[in-house]
Design a protein around this ligand. Sequence first.
Ligand code: CA
Length: 444
Amino acid sequence: MTRWLVLIAAVAVPLVMTDSVSAQAKRPNILVIVGDDMGYADVGFHGCRDIPTPHLDALAKSGVRFTNGYVTGPYCSPTRAGLLTGRYQQRFGHEFNPGGGPNAGLPLSETTIADRLKAAGYATGLVGKWHLGGAEKFHPQRRGFDEFFGFLGGAHSYFPEKRGGRTILRGTEPADEAEYLTDAFGREAVAFIERHKAKPFFLYLAFNAVHTPMHATDERLKRFASIADEQRRTYAAMMAAMDENIGRVLGKLRTEKLEENTLIAFISDNGGPTMKGVTINGSINTPLRGSKRTTLEGGIRVPFVLSWKGMLPTGKAFESPVIQLDLLPTALAAAGIETKPHAKLDGVNLLPFLTGKVTSQPHETLLWRFGQQMAIRHGNWKLVRYDTAADGAKPGLTKYKLYNLADDLGESHDLAADKPDKVKELEALWKKWDAELAKPLWGG
Ligand code: CA
């Protein structure tokens, strides 16, 4: 019997040398960078001309850019809740931005990526915007982060003299911060890497750029003097600040020779706010239609990059749909951390899809619910009900619209009347998922 066990073990070990196990010895660092309210069109790797983003472009070139990269909602806090848990946030009632109430925040029932990586021995840090609850029990350092530098709410002034009563925190204490906020976040991210470069670290670098308020430094505004529209000029200067600071962080990884041992992800938390009814920032979502706060592509499809030198392909465009929920299982697999089946994750480990070990698609179906708005993408078909304000009308709700994204990326040819069976099929899939969701814990 013992002999058999030895034999089985000898045979089984090579068979279980999967991506996650083979990566375990290296235990890569995990760096997740989030931009806020970026337009889909506003990065060089999507063809942007008036705002150079050389560092983001270099990051995209160093790895995989996702042409069908999504987030689970059109608003800041819900997509961050999905990002940090790997679960559709509507499963636990985090459907809308939390207000300031004592119970509005990422439910304590949920385990974050920081909890999981910390438990595995990672040094964990958040630099930037939290937006997952302002009460003490929701503080980042109670949700898996060893260190925190940033702010707890959804938006923040960039200049100290304009901050009013709101504060930047280091841990739980107010920080006397004098720098332009995006530069301060870049500085703190570099310092975090310096402090923890000797051991595996997880850094969540969540910029509030390019979210309002529209504050930019004079030096950067001068660089964009040729942009006539003042709001777009300020947006460009804010984007340049974020890109520069991403460059500082990537430069630090290079200097410390950590590039080959760091998995880097970049996303925007939702699409650019371009329509009436949201606080616009000068962003552009073309060729997508719609805006932040809609379930049209412009609200939920975002710039999305994954890079890991030596482990993932370079300069690759991955066309199959992926979603920010995938970053947690991807990071855990890279770190060699098993996720238990009871974790009930909705995301999938993207590594085998990107290396070509698996040739199917990561997701056949992706789903959205944002109050009365909804969407489902099934293959290239999309069924959507969205805010009529996106069409220039008063806020309300459209009927079901059916689009084929393969040849109608801009969602302009509604096929619902022509294909009622397809509408029914997608509606049934969506309703099945909808029935699994919780009621929102707070209003939208
Ligand atoms: Ca946002």
